[in-house]
Design a protein around this ligand. Structure first.
Ligand SMILES: *[C@@H]1O[C@H](CO)[C@@H](O)[C@H](O)[C@H]1NC(C)=O
Ligand SMILES: *[C@@H]1O[C@H](CO)[C@@H](O)[C@H](O)[C@H]1NC(C)=O
Ligand SMILES: *[C@@H]1O[C@H](CO)[C@@H](O)[C@H](O)[C@H]1NC(C)=O
Ligand SMILES: *[C@@H]1O[C@H](CO)[C@@H](O)[C@H](O)[C@H]1NC(C)=O
Ligand SMILES: *[C@@H]1O[C@H](CO)[C@@H](O)[C@H](O)[C@H]1NC(C)=O
Length: 359
């Protein structure tokens, strides 16, 4: 017979175990030393809060399911990037560049800005924004700060090589540029295939600039189904289809050029690894979600955002869209898990984020 533990001993052991797991959690190393986020409102976590733009959401009901409430995240809770950061084992979300002075930036920074695009003028219809080019300039500022604090260029270069650089951008080059002919001339200057080619050429140069600044691990996202958002459907009508076909066609043209770009970059820049991630879930994922309406009452921002202080739907985890264009926390988690761990080449090609981290 084994000796029975007295109740007090059981308590003591439980406390020890709890302490041990707490210590382990605090000391758990993330799978990469740092994670840098470039993009638009899908990734923004506060960079637009103090910009003169309609594309800002530091008000309720945004953040209703986020511990800190409204932070500038364009969702009811965590963004897709927040989930990826958690899955990579970081203890904290990446600070927004706008609030990075005086914060610890050694784990990475979030440069993303709502309404921003690959092109400089994209998003101008809504106001100020931080274009991808400017986000790259901001990254150079952060690199200088890291160099200064590490005081060792060899060590800094080695650190920067091991970080993951996430890039999810391009939606606004369509929905806040090409498909707003009243504000932009691009649809008169380019056909849709020409426009996709021009965007991909510019994106290629931008990714190479990050490479020149020491980046070696790139997670690049394609465009989602731009024509299936509640805002697109109400704005343009579907002419009998389920979605706005021309917007989805635009996204497909873009993605069909992005995938070969990623392959070429992998061939040409042999000491770097680029991977393509699909931000649209599978049909099976979609089946359990309400896809045809927003959770919140829209009309804020340029019409697509939630109305300030409005009451959102109560079953938020069942909605694909929180507002007219941005997805719910529940959906963001599904996409993040797919990007992080999917073994399907349709979702992550050639590798998923977990594999990218170990390379
Ligand atoms: C910043 O964070 C890193 C990693 O989390 C840690 O090692 C470092 O000590 C922190 N630096 C400061 C100044 O807090
Ligand atoms: C700088 O970092 C490298 C690589 O981490 C290390 O080998 C070297 O000793 C460091 N140099 C100094 C002066 O600390
Ligand atoms: C609407 O659909 C019809 C039938 O498919 C097609 O002939 C027509 O060109 C479409 N109109 C627009 C504006 O796309
Ligand atoms: C890769 O290299 C080939 C051959 O030099 C070149 O034609 C192509 O433009 C390069 N692609 C990229 C994305 O740099
Ligand atoms: C969304 O779809 C459901 C189920 O098909 C339907 O009952 C509802 O009326 C639709 N809502 C809108 C706004 O189209």
């Amino acid at each position: 017979m084994e000796p029975k533990l007295k109740p007090l001993e059981v308590v003591a052991i439980s406390v020890l175990l709890a302490l041990w797991s707490l210590i382990n959690r605090a000391n758990a190393m993330p799978q990469v030393p740092c994670y840098f986020i470039f993009g638009d409102s899908l990734s923004d976590n506060g960079n637009n809060n103090n910009l003169p733009t309609l594309a800002r959401v530091n008000y309720q009901p945004y953040g209703i399911d986020f511990p800190q409430g409204p932070t500038g995240r364009f969702s009811n809770g965590r963004t897709m990037q927040d989930f990826v950061v958690e899955l990579l084992g970081f203890q904290q979300y990446m600070p927004p560049f706008a609030h990075s002075v005086g914060t610890n930036i050694t784990n990475g920074v979030n440069y993303a800005s709502g309404s921003a695009g690959i092109r400089y003028e994209t998003g101008r219809n809504l106001g100020a924004r931080i274009s991808f080019d400017q986000q790259i300039i901001n990254h150079k500022i952060i690199i200088s700060r890291i160099r200064l604090s590490m005081r060792n260029n060899t060590a800094t270069n080695s650190l920067l090589r091991r970080c993951i650089y996430s890039v999810q951008i391009g939606s606004n080059d369509y929905i806040n540029n090409y498909f707003r002919p009243e504000s932009y001339a691009t649809s008169r200057r380019f056909t849709l295939p020409e426009y996709a080619t021009a965007l991909i050429q510019q994106l290629s140069l931008q990714l190479k600039r990050l490479y020149e600044k020491g980046a070696r691990k790139f997670a690049v996202y394609g465009l989602g189904l731009l024509g299936c958002t509640p805002d697109a459907i109400s704005r343009y009508g579907t002419n009998g289809s389920l979605c706005v076909d021309r917007l989805n066609e635009a996204a497909t043209l873009f993605n069909d050029r992005l995938k070969p770009l990623i392959a070429q970059l992998n061939t040409n820049l042999t000491d770097a690894k680029f991977t393509y991630l699909n931000p649209t879930g599978t049909q099976a994922d979609l089946a359990t979600f309400v896809t045809n309406s927003s959770c919140c009452i829209t009309g804020g921002g340029g019409g697509e955002l939630c109305l300030r202080n409005s009451q959102p739907c109560s079953m938020r985890s069942q909605y694909l869209f929180f507002d007219g264009v941005h997805t719910s926390e529940a959906w963001n988690e599904i996409i993040a898990r797919s990007a992080y761990a999917s073994n399907s080449q349709l979702q992550a090609s050639p590798v998923n984020i977990q594999q990218l981290a170990t390379l």
